[in-house]
Design a protein. Sequence first.
Length: 260
Amino acid sequence: MDDLSDADLERYARHVILDEIGEDGQVALLQSKVCIVGAGGLGSPVLMYLAAAGIGRIGLVDFDTVDRTNLQRQIAHTEDSVGTSKVESAVARARALNPTIAIEALETKLDAENIQSVIAPYDLVVDGTDNYAIRILLNDACFFAKKPLVSASVVRFEGQLSTFRAYEGGACYRCVFPEAPAEGVVARCDTAGILGPVAGVMGTLQATEVIKQILGLGTGMVGRLMLYDALDNDMRMIKTPKNPACPLCGDKPVILRPGG
Ligand SMILES: [Zn+2]
């Protein structure tokens, strides 16, 4: 395994000193490639912490522009970036934090046609979107490409976190959330509101989970769903078994391509 440069030994000193990471673990982080989908409330802390941690190559996917209502929680953006590209804004902040890694701004709207090629260069995918159809697309594409999917969501005072590696066993996103929430029933940040730091809590847990998945540290979130309630300071784990009738990863799969 490669050695760390003196500059990297200094930058990542507090990782290297951990027995569970060490120099080999930091080299593994520097050799890893992570695609973050969504440059919003979750994507902001995920991007900043993964850039700071020395993930060697990060791609950030979004197609939106920064709105002033985003700034209450999407801390990768600044007042100056209102009206500009979200990926460019967030990537500029992350590059300022750690200019020694590769960070790519992928300004694109994901669909069934491009999803496989967008995620292809990366080892792991982070879902920080707020859209069920995109979540399903990411789930399917990661399943077929055999890439771990670290997924989180937030609304109001609540957050959820799980990791899907259904190609190895365990549930996929469709097993846990088989149906799109009915229009008008689904609570979204833009209509239902969100306490800003709740996005920070869940995004930071998501970044922690990414590093754990890459290094094989501790107990990951495969087969489990974490439910966080900020009002009660309550964090619960529920088991998420595979659904044998899942159209993607069940006994008789009928989905043969992402979103199909
Ligand atoms: Zn499934």
